[in-house]
Design a protein around this ligand. Structure first.
Ligand code: ADP
Ligand code: ZN
Length: 725
């Protein structure tokens, strides 16, 4: 096949370097393809890039340098390059930053692990370069080389070696440790689906088989078999010879999850998340590009892998906040999955028991299809939910487990069943206060209180991670022996549970108590096996773990998420409470969820308790529509950070004063005000919020408006679709 660009042709290359434009180079010996991964000279250095198109020719042509190396990786496909361009436009991020997210495997040639041996056959056409290769081979007879090694040893370009493979003088093989993934078999014997599940699976299979873009919301309570159903969509993608990606919010999920995929298809899928080794990373990257990795299970960043032919993306627990990347390119993987699929005729399945309002609204308006699974699988039924009105409970100071909840736990202990006490607060106590002066210990660098962790015997800032010993004397007034912990964290709740139920085995599940994801997984497996009577957990327990013997969930503070002015607070609390309650009664015994609250008549709590999901979303939707906020309007946050608060406000005010052209386009501008996290690591953060109707092209307006020169110590970040508003 002829390459897209023949040797010497002018091509335009996007590099991973922070330069705002493409650079022109000449195609190397043997030519190169559009999308090829290349090494190019940039000043004195050699950098990684991708051939993005034909050269612009706007330089002094005599000075254009040649591509120095073609990496041995499949070219980035057209739709992948379009995808990166669109995400860059949407998030207002430079394209080179997008490219860096895609080419995460740093030494590409090692990723490929192709090795070369001499065949003993002499090529018809002998050149000095080819001769050099053969003599290196002869010097190290019998040894296999990677492309990079051989090219370097012989002083030739890789294309010479590729040419010699074609000429039969060299054999190209896959190195043993880069063996392909075992094939996944869609026809492997699988579970018999219930009627409800089978209907849902049939609809999804049809959508995947159509080869057309589409998105489906798959809604069903935890335990209804959503996973079983979407694995049938994965099976269909496999039958079509296309690839499938399953995105999960937490690594903690993937151990159990990978086993389930293996059970369904008879082989393990590829994994992609921060926990895999560099060698595995290279292997997966390469195999995804060639199409040899058929199914990938991964974290949000897996969306940027260069799939050959992505036919299906499943976003499990699509409402989860961790799909939004918090630094660098501020994208939401759920939304970008939809974009990606629309570019390559793929299907998207958004699975959740408690969809985001965005997704619910898209299904409501008919933009997405919707499939509901109505009941839990087998004998399991949804737990009963009740409020415990804390105003009526007698509770001594320093105690958080109400008598009613105590009674319920005791009952479980007597029956040999497990209870979960949920409190979304890590550490021992959220506040450490001086009883002499009333001051709370705060982080010196952040706008955050220091949280006591008894386990570490230290105060920790949850914002920046700063630690210090628990002080004996007050840092503010210097009085000794007056520091007291105020309020509960999971460690303190553990103490209370152990005191109240001395016979019980109490276990805490909190992300900070485990050094590694593996340790956490082991502990979870132990608990599932019956290794605990009372589990005390933060939100990591809310996600996807199956504890079959768990029949009681006690929520220590159901009001926690409803404080503050965030318009998303109701949605988040609703989702979290539902998710946590769903942990109870996953096996035969019926579960109960008890929510301790001081405001049982709050509309959100009423919706949670009544089980009227649709009513809740309708009411939320009405409020958001009236306020003109997402999903019924567009929003963006402009965050200005600076070591100096006044300087940050100055810039914010300058933007506000320059906002008339935005207002003329129907865009409202609020602020500047301190950002939700007002100070981190010594940097002050000031935010403006921008709001517009859906029909307004926000990005174009923002890009112009925000392009103002800033001193080097200041930063301006644009956050499209912010998580809180
Ligand atoms: P969800 O993803 O909705 O939480 P899962 O797919 O994880 O639900 O199903 C919950 C549990 O029920 C899992 O252990 C699963 O293997 C089991 N299950 C669901 N449907 C079936 C079925 N048709 N046959 C056998 N087991 C099933
Ligand atoms: Zn801090």
């Amino acid at each position: 096949m002829q390459p897209d660009f023949s040797e010497g042709a002018l091509v335009s290359v996007l590099t991973t370097q922070p330069i705002d434009r493409m650079l022109d180079y000449r195609a190397p010996e043997g030519g190169c393809d559009l999308g090829a991964l290349v090494e190019v000279p940039l000043g004195p250095r050699k950098v990684l890039g991708v051939v993005w198109g034909a050269g612009q020719g706007n330089y002094d042509l005599a000075k254009v340098r040649a591509i120095t190396r073609l990496h041995d990786a499949p070219p980035l496909r057209d739709e992948m390059r379009r995808f990166l361009e669109k995400v860059a436009d949407y998030t207002l991020s430079p394209l080179h930053q997008m490219l860096r997210m895609t080419v995460r495997a740093p030494q590409l040639d090692e990723a490929t692990r192709l090795i070369y041996r001499a065949t003993g056959q002499t090529p018809d056409r002998m050149t000095p370069a080819r001769q050099a290769v053969l003599s290196v081979m002869a010097d190290f007879s019998g040894l296999a080389f990677t492309l990079g090694e051989l090219a370097e040893a012989a002083g030739v370009t890789p294309s010479v070696i590729k040419g010699m493979v074609k000429a039969g003088a060299l054999a190209e093989e896959v190195a043993p440790r880069d063996l392909p993934f075992p094939r996944l078999d869609p026809a492997h014997p699988s579970k018999t689906l219930t009627e409800d599940q089978a209907d849902a699976a049939a609809k999804l299979r049809q959508s995947v088989a159509s080869g057309q873009y589409g998105t489906t919301l798959l809604k069903g309570v935890t335990g209804s078999g959503k996973t079983e159903v979407y694995l049938e969509a994965v099976a269909e993608a496999l039958r079509q010879g296309r690839q499938a990606l399953v995105l999960l919010p937490e690594i903690a999920l993937s151990g159990e999850f990978l086993r389930r995929v293996e059970e369904r298809f008879g082989a393990r899928p590829a994994e992609w998340h921060s926990g895999i080794t560099m060698t595995e990373r290279r292997r997966v990257w390469k195999m995804i590009g060639t199409g040899d990795a058929q199914v990938v299970v991964g974290a949000r960043s897996a969306l940027f892998l260069p799939f050959q032919d992505l036919g299906l993306v499943v976003v499990d627990e699509e409402h989860d906040g961790s799909y939004k990347q918090g630094d660098g390119v501020l994208y939401n993987a759920r939304d970008m999955a939809v974009l990606r699929a629309s570019l390559n005729g793929g299907h998207v399945v958004l699975a959740s028991a408690t969809p985001s309002l965005e997704t619910w609204a898209n299904a409501d308006s008919g933009k997405y299809a919707r499939i509901d699974l109505h009941s839990r699988f087998g004998v399991a039924v949804m737990p009963d939910m009740h409020a415990i009105d804390m105003r009526a409970e007698k509770l001594a100071g320093g105690h958080w487990i109400s008598p009613t909840l105590q009674g319920a736990v005791l009952q479980r202990l007597q029956r040999g069943e497990q209870s979960l006490l949920f409190l979304n607060r890590r550490g021992f106590a959220p506040v450490t206060l001086c009883r002499a002066c009333g001051q709370q210990v705060a982080c010196e660098e952040c706008d955050a209180r220091m949280v006591e962790h008894r386990f570490l015997n230290r105060l920790v800032c949850h914002q920046c991670g700063a630690q210090r010993p628990v002080p004996d004397a007050c840092p503010s007034c210097g009085v000794e022996g007056k520091m007291v912990p105020v309020g509960p964290g999971v460690e303190r709740l553990e103490e209370e549970a152990k005191r109240t139920f001395p016979e019980a085995r109490v276990v805490v599940l909190s992300s900070d108590l485990f050094g590694t994801a593996r340790a956490l997984k082991e502990r979870i497996a132990e608990i599932a096996d019956g290794g605990a009577d009372i589990i005390i957990g933060t939100q990591i327990v809310a996600k996807g773990h199956n504890f079959p013997n768990l029949t009681l969930v006690g929520v220590i503070d159901a009001d926690l998420g409803l404080q503050g002015s965030d318009l998303r607070a109701a949605e988040k609390t609703f989702q979290l409470m539902r998710q946590v309650a769903g942990r109870a009664g996953r096996a035969a015994a019926k579960g109960v969820a008890l929510l301790q609250t001081y405001q049982p008549e709050h509309p959100v709590l009423r919706a949670i308790l009544s089980g009227d999901d649709e009513g809740f979303w309708q009411a939320e939707a009405d409020q958001r529509r009236a306020a003109g906020v997402p999903p019924y309007g567009r929003m963006a946050g402009i965050i200005i950070s600076s070591p100096d608060l006044q300087a940050a406000f100055d810039i914010g005010n300058r933007l506000q004063r320059a906002a008339d052209p935005l207002r003329a386009r129907g865009i409202e501008v609020y602020g500047p005000a301190p950002a939700p996290i007002a100070r981190v690591r010594g940097r002050h953060r000031v935010r403006l919020l921008v709001k517009a109707a859906k029909s307004v092209h926000l990005q174009a307006a923002l890009a112009q408006w925000c392009a103002l020169p800033l001193p080097p110590e200041m930063r301006l970040t644009i956050d499209i679709d912010p998580q809180s508003f």
